[in-house]
Design a binder for this molecule. Sequence first.
Ligand code: AHM
Ligand code: MG
Length: 327
Amino acid sequence: MLDFQSFLQDYAQKHQVPEALNSVLFSLMDACAQIHHQVRQGALAGVLGDAGTGNVQGEQQKKLDVIANQILVDSLKANQSVAGLASEEEEEFILVNNQGNYLVLFDPLDGSSNIDVNISVGTIFSILAHQAGDNVCTESFLQNGQKQVASGYCLYGPQTQWVFTFGEGVFVFTLDQNTNTFLLTKDNVIVPTQTKEFAINMSNQRHWQKPVQTYIAELLAGEEGVRNKNYNMRWVASMVAEVHRILMRGGIFMYPRDNREPEKAGKLRLMYEANPMSLLIQAAGAKATDGQNDILSIKPEGLHQRVAVFLGSSQEVDYVTDLHKKS
Ligand code: AHM
Ligand code: MG
């Protein structure tokens, strides 16, 4: 099996990937390997529970949110190719070096409400280009998702897996804990266009807007309804685990905006969650919209902007997007 370094050497030669971009991916992978060790140790390392602090979104931080964030910041700051960082856990961006070529955005530990109950969590990352020499400012990060030069995640599940794309092709590496190296275990990831599996937090049903109400009612009606097939449901409450399942066997994942706070477009963040996952999903032949538009075409307005998310098997994403357009 190819290790990450050999894979990148090979890939970079064929596709002219800049050395600087490879080095950023190495820094990210190294950070994820460190986070993996902390996650695995759990209570043995005293890293579970609340940190007693809140983040910029007003959410309670877990100790591991803070630890994972620090590991990523330290690892990326040490890389001269990195110009700046933005993290879901930091209010402002972090300037690293105006001469760097890349901006890195990340959710250090997504799904962290699961951490204390030993359910899968993950790190999500997005990489954007930066013109070396330009001053890094918030605006530098506010690029459409289509402009991402690479994105991916590390899933800390039964296996630790590193999944990424340069925009074409999705590659899956599995951490060999005996050698501490990531080995290529799957490439050519293609999401089937049709599915019988959906993921949504059903407890919010009463707050959903009309198109989502209609869509889920149709899925629940099964063979007796207009969709003419029975659907299965999954909800891990870890987007990384959810997207991984969809990349491996298809499905649709939704986190819609709802009527509780209509001015807040859902729960998930465009820059740290929706954009990187949408690049992966699109590279695997699937789709991602906010109910109206392709997520990757949205012009970001703020680092911590929220967005509604419908992603996965293209037929289902088209169907629910059409319901929004008709309403
Ligand atoms: P987080 O970044 O604070 O962990 O929140 C994002 C997570 C996603 O991984 C997941 O899809 C969603 O929140 C679950 O939300 P809910 O608790 O409403 O089910
Ligand atoms: Mg998070």
